[in-house]
Structure formats: structure tokens, C-alpha cells
Design a binder for this molecule. Structure first.
Ligand SMILES: O=c1ccn([C@@H]2O[C@H](COP(=O)(O)OP(=O)(O)O[C@H]3O[C@H](CO)[C@@H](O)[C@H](O)[C@H]3O)[C@@H](O)[C@H]2O)c(=O)[nH]1
Ligand SMILES: [Mn+2]
Length: 741
């Protein structure tokens, strides 16, 4: 139903959800046609200049800009897929009771939480993530939380032992007080109403926190807090031979629904700690491997039809999120190919103007809404509810797992602490279990890319599964963000490499995707797969016009030239549309400015390094791993972030091209100003070059500050500045020779 809201379902009851195509859709389409015409005109202009080029240098320059503009045009075409039919959905959980009469009918949920290193991902944070979902406003006995610990750490297990005890107080407290903020850390940080009960629970939280943190400081478990024989036995598995890369499976049932009760006498949810077996000899496939282990272990223990994947740096912010999901999954009219419901990745702790554009509004908000209007949003790794069935092949052709107990239809009829269940669970968590199986290729989360989330969602959509993008008014989940530029860019670099792995695989969205999902959705996936190639035009536009300015070689049309209008239109058109999209999605002007700045910065750092490292990997020079994003915050760093100051701090090689761009643009801009003011050059002739250089200089302001004005630890290392200066000089010399031929 285009342009209108669907109001009732065919069953005649009030709707569980509605969908509305955004009003700007027709305008988007018209603008796309106009912009396409402009792009074609630009290529015509390129062809003309290429044919009429008289020297090697002008030919080289033409070719460079042609390549840059081809990449830009390609990326532009991929973004159009997000603009053809963006939708906004709403759910009405209050109408759920019409289809689900009593709590007994509510489907069960298995939650998967991943963590991988207690020092980079403090266990207190992981525990908060788990507590926030255990406290869902939902029949507790229907919820099972599985924690995957790829760090294989006793410290994390200990933290969860404490959490299990605290949960017995926290869950009834949340229900009784009807609080919305069910992540304890977030709750106690907020402006909560103080009463003796709250004081009491806060004290209990503080005790837990202090024990977990002391254990972390000491680096080993303090046995004075270990109360039961069962706990002691579990911790004793950490022998001297136990290392992170080499250890047996540890599965510990911390809470069992049906056995353990909370303080008010209600059932507790299941809580299970899993550290899969690791051995240096078998690849563990990072997070995708961890999730597949949890898929199997949970199948043996509870086999819930709905699975939620959650990163340990993200907590539930809305206790009725699952009800929003059920508006789709319990709808009698549900599309049988509906596979997963994705919630946007939103973050807490962003500074006012979001200097690193960590919010990733286009990536996590606007684009998925566009894909949702086609066949469904991509999967972003966390905050996503799957139907378990989707992990076992296409809707029409199920791929059966090796043993019947793993099958999505299998009914578990034994308690989770029973010997048989535990033995089988250990077996399926073994590091050789997946050898010669379909896991990672046809079954479960897919292997082969560092962005297993993007890749898995894409492959599921290729199999015909659809998805929904769900944005309740109160954000469903909130995550942490990296707060130093190096962390931001390293994360981005990992994504870039992972995406290129898909782009250049046999499942490339351009070829395989177009056949499997149709051209529009394939374009969306291609947009991500080829994301890092933005570095090509950004780097070319970041250096070439400026070098031309320095060596006095005009390359763009003059202001009086009719082609000038085309350049102006292409630039202003793209920027204005981007701005409008950003603001309509609730962004502020400053945040948009920072978003476009970060796009430029990523262009010469993470995208570029990702592209280079990926090429090295293809040539067999290196192998690439999953470098975790650090979630630990240094106080001083935190303060600088709060104030909106860029954090360079470490001497990362990625800062070299960035500093070089800053220098080249500043020099050429100043040189241009001097020449023009002395009347040796005309602004009419040099306007585009001067505009580009000036635009970059304004964007680079924080870099100049960090290079020369700041004294704090977050400034740019002198080493980086010197290396960049030398390289800029070399580049200038090389350009003066080659471009003058
Ligand atoms: O060997 C590993 C490596 C990572 N993780 C977990 O994976 C999650 C994501 O890691 P993080 O360092 O936070 O990466 P981000 O770049 O912040 O994560 C984004 O990008 C990832 C893909 O690169 C997705 O998996 C995430 O869902 C998405 O939020 C964390 O919970 C980790 O504990 C593992 O369980 N095992
Ligand atoms: Mn993360």
C-alpha cells in the first residue's frame, strides 16, 4: 500500500503493526533522474577533456579524475536503492492480547551475548547487558540467556556468579517499581526516585560491582566470595594448562528456571555461561564461530524459536522490546518468509556534537529504513531477533543439522542441568565439531568475512528470507562507542576489510546478489560491500587539485565556463540531499557537519588502510584477525571526549595520510590566497581548486589544533607530524616533475 498507512489486518482485529512509505519518496525518485542526467553530462565532459588532452600530465590528471568520478557515480547509484522506497513502521503491542490470550502462549526466547576479553570488555559491563534482558517485562521462565566467553576467563564466570545472585533481587525490584531502565548501571546513573528499597538494592549492586572490580584488579578470583561447592568446582576448571587459545569447553548453568526463584518467589530465567573449546590447531571463526556454538548449545538446552543476538557493549533500554517483535512474529498474517527483526544500533554517551560521527545515522538508521521498503533491513550484529529456523536453509528447502537435537523443531524435554543434556551440550561446543559440516557455509552464522553480521544477513536475504526494521519510540538497545579516533578508525578498518571480503567473493552482491535478491536490494548490499572504495575519490580529490594549485596547473572549468554549473550542481545537490536526509532523521546541523567530516577522514585513513590491507591479504602477505574495540575508558580521555576534543594520542600510521592531507590543503590554499591577492592569478580561473582546498582546511581544523596548538596527551605525535611533512615534501617534488611534463 503506497503512501498510506495500513490500518487493519485481514482477520479484522486492530492492527499489530503498520507501514508507511515516507513522503519524500516521489521527490527522491525525481531527483535521482535529474542527478543521473548530470552524472552522464559529467562523463561526457570527461570524454571531451580526455580526447583534447595535449600532454602526458593533463592526460594523467584526466584519467585520475575519471576514475574518482566513476567510483563516486557508482557509490551514488548504490545509495539510490535506499531512497527508492524508505518506510517507517509502527507496532501496537497493546493489541497483542488479541492474538496471545495468556502468558502461557508467549513464545520462548534465547538470548546470545558475546564477550571476548575481560580486559577490553570489562565483565561488569557484560553482566549489565545480561541483567537488562533478564529483566524483560515478559514471563521470565520463557527467557534463557546464554553468555559466550571467547576470552575463556574465570573472571567473567565469577562476575556472572555474582550477577545470578543479584538478579534475584533486581528482577522483582524492576517489576514492582515498573521501572523502564532495566540495566542496573544505567538506572543508578539516571535520576531515579530515591526510597529505602532503592537504597537497599543500590547497596547490593555496589557490593556486586566492588567484588567484580576487585577480582579484575587482582586478576584472579577471590575465593572468599565463592559460596557453593558447585561454584568452586566450576572455577576449578581453570588449571595451569588452561589458556585463552587452548582450553576445554566450560558450560555452567548459573540459573535454571523451574529450580531457581527470585526474592518474590517468581521463577528466574535460565542463565548459562559457555566458553567453547579452543585449540590452536582449529580456526575458531571469531564471533560467528561463537554464535554458532551458542546456536547449538542452546538448541540442546532450550531450543527457543526466537533468538536474540546482543553484543556485550549494548544493553536493553526498553523492557517491552520483545512485545514489539511479537507484533510481527505472532501475527497470524505473518509473511512465512519473515526471518529477522532488526532494531537500530543506537548509542549512549555520545558527546553533544558527536565528533566522530559514531552515531552512524546513515548506516544504522536511514539506510536500513530504505532497505526495509524493499525486502528488509540488513543485520547489524546486535539487537536483532531471529526465527531460529532461518539458520537452517531457505524457507522452501530446509538443511537438516547433523543430529536431530539441533533441529529447530526439536522439543527439549529434559532439565538443562541433567547429565545427558550437559554431555551433549559439551559435545556440540567442541572445537572440532564443525569439521566437514555445513556450519558457517549453509547453516548458522556465515564464515568468511570479518563482518559476519552483514554477511550472514546478506546470505539469508539471498536465500529469500525477509526482515523488518523496527524503531520503537523508546530505543530498544543502547550501545557503547569508542571514544578515541584511533579506536574509531581501527573498528572502521576491520569493517572495511570484512566488507571487501564479501565484495570480492563469489557471493559478491554485484553478481550473485543481483541474481538472488533482485537488482535494488543487491545495490543496497553492494553499497556496503564496496564502502571502502570511497577512499579512491576522497584521496584523489584530497591531493590532486591542491598539488595542481601549488604547481600552477589549472584543471577545473573556470567560473565563466558553462561546465562550472555542472560541477556546482553535482556538489551542492549531493551535499544538500545528504543534509536533508540527516536532519529529517532527527540529526542536528553540527552533527551532520561532523558526519561529513568523518566521511572525509575515513576516506584517507580507515577505508584506505582497509583497502590496502585487504589487497595484502589477497596477495598472501598477511592474515587478518578480529581486533576488538576497546570498551575501557581512561578518565582523562573521557573528559576530552566530553569537551569535543579529538583524541589522536597514539602514533598510528593511519594518522600519516590524514596529517598529509591537512598540510597539503593548507599550503595550497595559502599559496592560492597569496597569488590571487597579488593579482598573479585570477580567482575566476582557480575557484574550484580554491574551494576544495578551503573546504578541506575548514574540515581539518581539529587536526591543525592537535598538531601545533595542543599540549595534552591527545595531541598528534611529533613523529607523525615530521613523517607527514617529509612525505608531503616528497609528494610535492614528485608532482612538480611529473605534472609539468
Ligand atoms: O573472537 C571474537 C571477537 C569478537 N566477539 C564479540 O563480538 C562483539 C563485537 O565486537 P566489537 O569489538 O564490539 O566490535 P564492533 O566493531 O563494535 O561491532 C560491530 O561490528 C561487528 C562486526 O565486525 C559486529 O559483530 C557487531 O555486532 C557490531 O556491533 C563483541 O561482543 C565481542 O565480544 C567474539 O565473541 N569473539
Ligand atoms: Mn561494539
Amino acid at each position: 500500500m503506497k503512501g498510506s498507512t495500513e490500518t487493519t489486518t485481514s482477520h479484522g482485529h486492530p492492527p499489530l503493526h503498520t507501514v508507511k512509505v515516507l513522503r519524500r519518496t516521489p521527490l527522491n525518485r525525481v531527483f535521482a533522474a535529474v542527478y543521473l542526467a548530470a552524472i552522464l553530462a559529467l562523463f561526457y565532459h570527461h570524454a571531451l577533456t580526455l580526447v583534447s588532452s595535449t600532454s602526458i600530465s593533463s592526460f594523467l590528471i584526466c584519467i585520475s579524475f575519471l576514475i574518482a568520478d566513476i567510483v563516486l557515480a557508482f557509490m551514488w547509484s548504490t545509495t539510490q536503492s535506499f531512497r527508492m522506497r524508505p518506510v517507517r513502521r509502527r507496532e501496537f503491542p497493546e493489541n497483542l492480547k488479541l492474538v496471545l490470550d495468556n502468558p502461557g502462549e508467549f513464545p520462548r526466547l534465547d538470548v546470545f551475548i558475546c564477550t571476548a576479553d575481560p580486559y577490553k570488555e570489562p565483565p561488569l559491563g557484560v553482566v549489565n547487558t545480561a541483567l537488562s534482558v533478564m529483566a524483560y517485562e515478559y514471563p521470565t521462565e520463557k527467557i534463557s540467556v546464554y553468555v559466550s566467553d571467547d576470552g575463556g576467563s574465570q573472571l567473567t564466570l565469577f562476575a556472572f556468579m555474582e550477577a545470578a545472585k543479584f538478579a534475584a533481587h533486581w528482577l522483582p525490584f524492576c517489576r514492582k517499581k515498573k521501572i523502564e531502565e532495566r540495566c542496573p548501571e544505567a538506572y543508578f546513573r539516571s535520576n531515579y526516585a530515591c526510597c529505602s528499597e532503592t537504597q537497599n538494592i543500590k547497596m547490593k549492586y555496589e557490593v556486586m560491582k566492588q567484588r567484580i572490580e576487585t577480582t579484575m584488579e587482582q586478576g584472579k578470583v577471590g575465593y572468599e566470595w565463592v559460596t557453593s561447592e558447585e561454584e568452586r568446582e566450576a572455577l576449578s576448571k581453570w588449571t595451569d594448562k588452561f589458556t585463552r587459545q587452548d582450553h576445554p569447553t566450560v558450560i555452567q548453568v548459573l540459573l535454571e528456571s523451574g529450580q531457581d526463584q527470585d526474592r518474590s518467589g517468581r521463577m528466574m530465567p535460565n542463565l548459562i555461561y559457555v566458553s567453547r573449546q579452543k585449540s590452536r590447531a582449529s580456526p575458531h571463526q571469531f564471533k560467528a564461530g561463537a554464535l554458532n556454538t551458542l546456536l547449538r548449545v542452546s538448541a540442546i538446552m532450550t531450543n527457543a524459536p526466537i533468538v536474540l543476538t546482543l553484543d556485550c557493549d549494548m544493553y536493553s533500554n526498553n523492557p517491552v522490546t520483545l512485545q514489539h517483535v511479537l507484533c510481527y512474529l505472532s501475527d497470524p498474517d505473518m509473511d512465512s518468509k519473515l526471518g529477522y527483526i532488526q532494531f537500530p544500533q543506537r548509542f549512549h554517551g555520545l558527546n553533544k556534537n558527536d565528533i566522530y560521527a559514531s552515531e552512524f545515522k546513515p548506516l544504522f538508521v536511514t539506510n536500513p529504513a530504505g532497505m526495509d521498503g524493499l525486502a528488509g533491513s540488513n543485520y547489524v550484529g546486535t539487537g536483532c531477533f531471529f526465527r531460529r529456523r532461518v539458520f537452517f536453509g531457505a524457507h522452501s528447502s530446509m538443511v537438516s543439522p547433523e543430529i536431530p537435537e539441533l533441529s529447530p523443531g526439536h522439543v527439549v524435554d529434559k532439565p538443562i542441568r541433567s547429565q545427558e543434556v550437559l554431555a551433549l551440550a559439551h559435545h556440540v561446543a567442541g572445537c572440532n565439531y564443525e569439521n566437514e559440516s555445513n556450519w558457517g557455509s549453509k547453516v548458522g552464522f556465515r564464515y568468511g568475512s570479518l563482518v559476519e553480521d552483514y554477511y550472514t544477513g546478506y546470505r539469508l536475504q539471498c536465500e529469500g528470507w525477509r526482515s523488518r526494521f523496527c524503531q520503537p519510540d523508546r530505543e530498544a538497545f543502547l550501545g557503547d562507542i569508542p571514544i578515541s579516533l584511533n579506536d574509531v578508525l581501527s573498528q572502521n578498518k576491520r569493517w572495511s576489510i570484512g566488507l571487501l571480503e564479501v565484495a570480492f567473493s563469489k557471493y559478491s552482491p554485484v553478481t550473485f546478489g543481483t541474481m538472488a535478491t533482485g537488482p535494488l536490494l543487491a545495490l543496497s548490499y553492494a553499497h556496503y560491500a564496496f564502502w571502502p572504495i570511497w577512499s579512491v575519490p576522497i584521496t584523489i580529490y584530497g591531493f590532486l587539485p591542491q598539488l595542481a594549485l601549488l604547481i600552477n596547473l589549472p584543471i577545473f572549468p573556470k567560473v565563466s565556463d558553462p561546465w562550472f554549473i555542472l560541477y556546482a550542481f553535482l556538489f551542492l545537490g549531493a551535499y544538500t540531499q545528504d543534509f536533508i536526509d540527516f536532519v529529517l532523521a532527527g540529526g542536528t546541523v553540527q552533527r551532520w557537519w561532523n558526519e561529513q567530516r568523518m566521511w572525509l577522514i575515513r576516506g584517507v585513513t580507515s577505508y584506505l588502510f582497509g583497502l590496502v590491507e585487504f589487497s595484502f591479504k589477497c596477495l598472501g602477505f598477511s592474515t587478518l584477525g578480529f581486533n576488538l574495540t576497546s570498551k575501557v575508558v581512561d578518565d582523562e580521555q573521557g573528559k576530552r571526549y566530553e569537551q569535543g576534543t579529538f583524541e589522536f594520542g597514539v602514533a598510528s600510521p593511519m594518522f600519516v595520510p590524514l596529517t598529509m592531507v591537512a598540510m597539503v590543503n593548507l599550503f595550497s590554499f595559502l599559496r592560492g590566497i597569496i597569488e590571487i591577492s597579488r593579482g598573479r592569478r585570477s580567482i575566476e580561473e582557480w575557484f574550484i581548486e580554491m574551494f576544495i582546498a578551503g573546504f578541506v582546511v575548514v574540515n581539518c581544523w581539529p587536526i591543525y589544533e592537535a598538531m601545533v596548538m595542543r599540549k595534552d596527551k591527545g595531541r598528534i605525535h611529533t613523529k607523525t607530524t615530521i613523517i607527514s611533512a617529509v612525505l608531503v615534501y616528497a609528494l610535492y617534488t614528485a608532482a612538480s616533475f611529473t605534472l609539468k611534463i
